[in-house]
Ligand binder design. Sequence first.
Ligand SMILES: Cc1cc2nc3c(=O)[nH]c(=O)nc-3n(C[C@H](O)[C@H](O)[C@H](O)COP(=O)(O)OP(=O)(O)OC[C@H]3O[C@@H](n4cnc5c(N)ncnc54)[C@H](O)[C@@H]3O)c2cc1C
Length: 381
Amino acid sequence: MSLLTQEHELVRKTAREFAEKYVEPIARKMDRENYYPRETIREAGKLGILTPTVPAEYGGGGGDLRSAVVVLEELGRISGGFSLLVEAYGILFADAVNNFASKRHKEDVLPKVAAGEKIGAFALSEPCCGSDAAAIQTRAEKKGGEWVINGHKMWITNGLYADYYLLAARTGPREARHKAITVFLLPRSECVEAAPIEVMGVRGTGTAELKFNDCRASDDDVVGEVNGGWKIIMHTLDVGRVAISGVALGIARGAFEEALSWAKNRELFGKKLMEMQNAQFELAEMLAAIETARALAYYAAYLYDTGSPDFLLMSHVAKLQTARLAVDVTRRAVQMEGGFGYSKESKAEMFYRDAKILEIGEGTNEVMKYVLFKLLEKRFG
Ligand SMILES: Cc1cc2nc3c(=O)[nH]c(=O)nc-3n(C[C@H](O)[C@H](O)[C@H](O)COP(=O)(O)OP(=O)(O)OC[C@H]3O[C@@H](n4cnc5c(N)ncnc54)[C@H](O)[C@@H]3O)c2cc1C
């Protein structure tokens, strides 16, 4: 049984052509110069690639989660940075707005975001708390009929250039943890201070540290219910973890293709590297890892698309395993290229650095195992 339909294959064709035509020329510039590809984002908007799951009536791709994984895989094959940028933009921000925001918000915000005219970011993590997100300290307090937001967010993808923040803030005592967190859809204004953060991989994604100083919001800017933000955050991250698997699959493929071409061309000891059995075994290992990642990513997305109760478990299995597989494949690709693999000329070197974030962002490997153990306890006691 194929998990993908003809429609998914059409999405793949569009995403692949887009990635080769528009992302390939800027992929190294993103990495080397930390260049944020504002124009390429607009181009992606024209094709619904930025927001694959947002309904077509708002200008999105109108697809399911498998469509998003297809897009992220094809983008990741060319640039891990561009793929991660789109994942944070299209899933963590736009898909969450589509799932949880009011009709007014959707009509107002989604068309501009889907077109790539306005940028959205998902702002949860703080200097104090990433894995322990229920302990966040950013506060929203009701004063004179409006919300006043103060706090500090960290590591926010697209954060430097965002026009809107889907922002998690505390609206009750810290001891209440996840029961006192509210999500706001906050347009950027002068109350937001954004500073760039230099990162090891997925560069050019506008990673930022953000300070919110007396930012004002109305009741209308609350997404969902006051103190009901946790459910939104968890659902969004569960979906995001599958989307990240698509990024991982793409990065692994990009590195594999580079290693394969190197092995075919490199000559040593009077023969091609590809003729040596260890190189053949390495390529076979990479292929096996990629096909495992593919099966996991699309199966997890299929479970979500079909409303299966097994989705939660598989989203965490897929995130944990595909992140590891991407790190493993990219490490092998660097190794196969020898000294060249360690140089800045090598794409495998870029993919290796890009892959590492997949074991950290949207829940570290350890957080995946924590959730899986909780699910295991429920299932087996
Ligand atoms: C490039 C980049 C982009 C990002 N983009 C975004 C974004 O767009 N929006 C956003 O909100 N956040 C974003 N993040 C933040 C990311 O989600 C967090 O960095 C991540 O969740 C880890 O949190 P932390 O950095 O606070 O590490 P910590 O939570 O302090 O973790 C430190 C170590 O403790 C381990 N640990 C945690 N819990 C346990 C446990 N129960 N048992 C054992 N060990 C444990 C962790 O696995 C880790 O190894 C981004 C981060 C980076 C680097």
